[in-house]
Design a protein around this ligand. Sequence first.
Ligand SMILES: [Zn+2]
Length: 251
Amino acid sequence: MKDKIEQIRDLLSQIEMGFGDEQDQQFSKNYNALELPSVISAIVEFLHPQLTPYEIAIYWYLFDKSIVKTGEQYARASTRGMSSIAKSASGKSDDLSYGVIKKTLDALKEKEAISIVGDTNRDGTLYKVAIPDEIQLCKNAMQEKSAQEVAAIDTNKELDFYNVAENRLKVFERDSYKCHYCSKQLTRFSATLDHIQPVSKGGDNSFENLVTACLHCNSERGNKLVMDFIANDSLSKQDSHYKNYHLPTDG
Ligand SMILES: [Zn+2]
């Protein structure tokens, strides 16, 4: 019995100490995956109207290589790799020419949809793929829409702003994607939700009880985070995040 209490104490202190790097990354990755559908919607709604068909094709190619495949916004790609992602507009050639690809990449850079972050090597160039929250061309339309939505929010307590993806976004948008605690500018990929009044103390998932927080500030309040998840979160990120903690069992 004494043994078990010790184990539980160890477990609690582990949780209080915060999350290890690896778990942090895992959490972050799962979190990104959760936000993917809403990011994709925002790309179609706000970024597509700013792009040409070739730009759209190359953007999705890089998006898949980065965010979808690794959960990170970085991908290395070569122009050769991009030559077969779409038919040329004339339909005469199966492959896009180097010139077309180069021009398209330059236009995507100009529009801030991608940026070059590393040297070019044999495997290509290292790009960062931006999401609409980070792209000036998308920001105005996004802000306009979110202002309308925030104005129209029913503050009805029944509404769940924690588990429902499109409602989560409304909290982030209300807070302009800034961490409530340290004011760091976040994106849909780095923003998390924090309960002002913990669920364990009777807090709910209402619009008023949730604030935007960075992963760091949210983890700082580790204990509460854990309680919130246990009380609240049936999503898969919890499973993978906590499977490393083995609670002692009877027998
Ligand atoms: Zn913070």
